[in-house]
Design a protein. Structure first.
Length: 88
């Protein structure tokens, strides 16, 4: 299984504010900036499905929700830590 690297996932250039929020893990939220064209980084090029697993440092995470708010120009990625057995 390939994992997308959560940081740095985006270029930090552009007008879209990205928040990565972690559930059930004492990790602080991450904020980044991206351009709207970078949304394609959230789609697996092999399958065309949304990326559902990411890795931050040595910790694998499952993405369980993407929230796009066009009025506030924000993307929220909600993730929770994967269990060891799910990752293998």
């Amino acid at each position: 299984m390939s994992l997308a690297a959560a940081v740095p996932l985006f270029t930090e250039q552009g007008s879209v504010k990205v928040q990565i929020k972690f559930k059930g893990f004492g990790r602080p939220d991450i904020e980044q900036m991206m351009s709207s064209s970078e949304i394609s980084k959230l789609v697996c090029p092999d399958t065309g499905a949304f990326v559902s697993k990411m890795q931050l440092e040595d910790w694998p995470f499952e993405v369980y929700k993407y929230e796009i708010n066009p009025q506030e120009n924000t993307l929220v990625i909600r993730a929770r830590k994967l269990q060891e057995l799910e990752f293998d």
